[in-house]
Write a new protein. Structure first.
Length: 74
């Protein structure tokens, strides 16, 4: 393989790698936006956690009990 062909293959590989990363990033951002609009999760609470990170602050979400977790595994 000569140098020019190697550089061409490298260029295409970089392009497709950047394209895949771009698609993954925007699909993740869209899923966050969609979950926020549906009300599944309130991401504003998580952004406020940065400013209120004391040990006495209340939890953001309630933990699921062991019984609920056991029922899902069956």
């Amino acid at each position: 393989m000569d140098y020019e062909t190697l550089m061409t293959v490298q260029g295409y590989a970089k392009f497709f790698l950047i394209l895949i990363v771009f698609i993954l990033f925007y699909s993740y951002a869209f899923s966050i936006y969609r979950r926020d609009k549906r009300g599944e999760r309130d991401f504003e609470k998580y952004s406020k956690l940065v400013h209120d990170d004391s040990s006495v602050s209340s939890p953001l979400e309630e933990r699921k009990s062991e019984q609920e977790i056991g029922n899902k595994e069956k």
